[in-house]
Design a protein around this ligand. Structure first.
Ligand code: G3P
Ligand code: CA
Length: 314
């Protein structure tokens, strides 16, 4: 997805000064990548508050586990990039620290240091959130897009997430609206564990950059267990979107930051897109519909219903 895509709106969008709303013609949902991570430190309450304020349909969580068994929301395997404080607590592997150690670190000072023009002084006081804190704080105001990060390093993480979602009332055994939670992973094994634990969860197979053709060749296998794919945006073209939709799956590419990329993806009729700029995406795509309809490109596209019925009939 590059500026220059041969559509008038896309070309117009290459000029960031041009306002190019796509409007009601698209069903693309806006997924705030690590929150509004352009404007606030990723995976903090500030980033999530601002994402919701900007009109994101979903907020994303990368989930790992502390040494004392708490699910926390952080992207990197190590804390060195995004936490600041005492070296014994605020450097090294996430999995080697207790929650109390991680909570002692600032989750915002790195952003102030790296992006001073976008920073706010209060970011220095931000702390790493637990997954439970995020679910409880936002379940009345947003939807969640949860990723298991390096799940083989965290045995049992899928069961813990499912049980937490159940306890928080976020499972939808008979969904009739847009999913309140999507689950994504680069790990097929992790997604298959989710499928066996809770068949109603819509699962998204993340795929590293492999090219459109290779990805099309993977779709039938992925469809066996997943509701859709999360490809690198540079792999997305019309033939891929068509192949996904023909199989009644959804496609949620990552990660669009420019107006040109957001417009190009939406015009290709992707079902959702990850963006660090939910403000721009919302502006271009148009007002959110409330409630969001469940994906309904074709009847079978709701293949999680098939999965539910398969489990129920066992
Ligand atoms: O889920 C899309 C995207 O978040 C995957 O990449 O590295 O930002 O987790 P990453
Ligand atoms: Ca992610």
């Amino acid at each position: 997805m590059r500026c220059g895509f041969a559509l008038v709106l896309s070309l117009a969008a290459c000029n960031s000064a041009v306002h190019s709303p796509i409007g009601a013609s698209t069903n693309t949902i806006v997924i705030a990548h690590r929150g509004f991570s352009y404007s606030a430190p990723e995976h903090t309450f500030a980033a999530y508050d601002q994402a919701i304020e900007a009109g994101a349909d979903y907020i994303e969580q990368d989930v790992q586990r502390t040494s004392d068994g708490v699910l926390v929301v952080i992207h990197d395997a190590t804390v060195d990039r995004t936490l600041r404080g005492d070296a014994s607590a605020c450097s090294g592997s996430v999995a080697d620290h207790t929650l109390a150690q991680l909570k002692s670190c600032s989750a915002g000072r790195w952003f102030i240091e790296t992006f001073p023009a976008r920073a706010r002084a209060e970011y220095a006081t931000l702390r790493i959130p637990t997954l439970l804190e995020v679910l409880q704080r936002y379940k009345a105001s947003s939807r969640f897009y949860i990723e298991t990060k390096d799940p083989d390093r965290f045995p049992g993480i899928e069961r813990e997430i499912v049980e937490m979602l159940r306890a928080e009332g976020l499972l939808q055994p008979v969904p009739d609206i847009a999913p309140r939670v999507y689950i994504q992973s680069f790990s097929e094994t992790s997604l298959r564990r989710f499928k066996s634990l809770e068949a109603s969860l819509p699962l998204i197979q993340l795929v590293p950059r492999v090219g459109s053709s290779a990805l099309r060749g993977m779709l039938d296998g992925i469809r066996d267990y997943a509701f859709g794919i999360g490809p690198h945006m540079d792999d997305v073209d019309a033939s891929l979107v068509s192949a996904v939709h023909t199989r009644c799956m959804v496609i949620h590419p990552y990660t669009a930051e420019s107006r040109a990329d957001i417009v190009s993806l939406a015009e290709l009729d992707v079902d959702g897109l990850f963006t660090d700029r939910p403000d721009i995406a919302r502006d271009l795509i148009g007002s959110p519909r409330n409630p969001l309809p469940r994906p309904d490109r074709c009847t079978v596209r709701a293949n999680r219903f098939e999965l539910v019925s398969k489990v129920a009939s066992k």
